[in-house]
Design a protein around this ligand. Structure first.
Ligand code: C5P
Length: 310
């Protein structure tokens, strides 16, 4: 067994989020393209022999109890191992905003699986960790795999995109005083749009095929930027003023290619031809975002998900 392990847990943005219909398990059937970005949390895990999973974090407003996916992932991995005496002291350095639609919580849980698999010497493959993680959260397999992926089903069925990662840049914004609950956003979607949902596997498969062969994905590139469809945006934006403000401010940035909300929001982003263009645009208008109460970052697209930082 190793004494300590450090992993990075990156955020994601949605380049496409299409709500197809309802599934028998009550979840939504989705067709998405998710993209890892280089805004990362860091998990440090140390072996303990007391049989306890102890989580600490550098921010106060995050639960470190059983509702945290890190703790749930650690307990799931340990119970599957059959070694109940395994313990770990985990410290989370949080940079990804919470409740933002950036899969920060899912990425942390995914990072805990990868880190503890190494720390405890369990020998699970990356693929087996991905399938284990799907039971804990729909976005977690993507967070382990990362890069640019088509995500179907609840979001847990992955198909790697034919493209390598494009050098595009991102300006990302989030109002720190607002968070959106994912169940609420999907519930609103069902309430407002449920009557027009597709039904049946063949209708779902047609939409998957349309996405698989979309011109903008073959490969991802800045001269044919993704249209950035997000079906949750049209139900969340009318009810959350900060999303509308974020989208307006991002649309006014010089050189932006496209603007959208990520996941169930409220974070929003603009794409740029490269990271320099994103930096320049933000330098130009940072004051307007700060005055409107937003936190703001520039990022690059990243080719990998959770990574061991040796
Ligand atoms: O899987 P995860 O825990 O991330 O999902 C959180 C909630 O979001 C679910 O309980 C459900 O209400 C909603 N959801 C959904 N359809 C999906 C993914 C999530 O309705 N495909």
């Amino acid at each position: 067994m190793t004494a300590s392990v450090r992993v990075t847990a990156p955020a994601k943005i949605n380049l496409h989020l299409e709500v197809l219909g309802l599934r028998d398990d009550g979840f939504h059937e989705l067709a998405m393209v998710m993209q890892t970005i280089d805004l990362v949390d860091v998990l440090t895990c140390e072996n303990t022999s007391d049989g306890l999973i102890h989580l600490s974090c550098d921010v106060e407003d995050l639960s470190t109890g059983h509702d945290n996916l890190i703790v749930r992932a650690a307990e799931c991995l340990r119970s599957r191992s059959g070694f109940n005496e395994l313990g770990a002291a985990i410290h989370l350095t949080k940079r990804i905003p919470i409740g933002a639609g950036l899969a920060g919580g899912s990425s942390n849980g995914a990072a805990a699986l990868v880190a503890l698999n190494t720390l405890w010497g369990l020998g699970h493959s990356r693929k087996s960790l991905e399938s284990m993680s799907a039971e804990l959260g729909s976005d977690m397999p993507f967070c382990i795999a990362g890069g640019t992926q088509l995500c179907f089903g609840r979001g847990e069925v992955l198909e790697a995109c034919p493209s390598s990662v494009a050098p595009m840049g991102v300006v990302l914004v989030k109002d720190p005083s607002v968070s959106v609950s994912t169940p609420w956003a999907y519930g609103e979607c069902k309430r407002q749009r449920g009557d027009s949902y597709l039904s049946g596997e063949s209708a779902f498969e047609q939409r998957r095929q349309r996405l698989r062969y979309a011109d903008w994905l073959r490969p991802l590139r800045s001269d044919l930027p993704p249209p950035l469809q997000n079906d949750l945006q049209m139900v969340v934006a009318p009810q959350i003023p900060s999303v509308r403000t974020a989208l307006e401010l991002l649309s006014s940035l010089p050189g932006q290619l496209r603007v959208a909300m990520s996941g169930s929001g409220p974070s929003c982003f603009a794409l740029f031809v490269d990271r320099d263009a994103a930096d320049r645009a933000l330098d130009h208008q940072r004051r307007e975002f700060v005055q409107a109460g937003f936190e703001v970052w520039t990022c690059s697209l990243q080719a990998e998900g959770v990574k061991l930082a040796l």
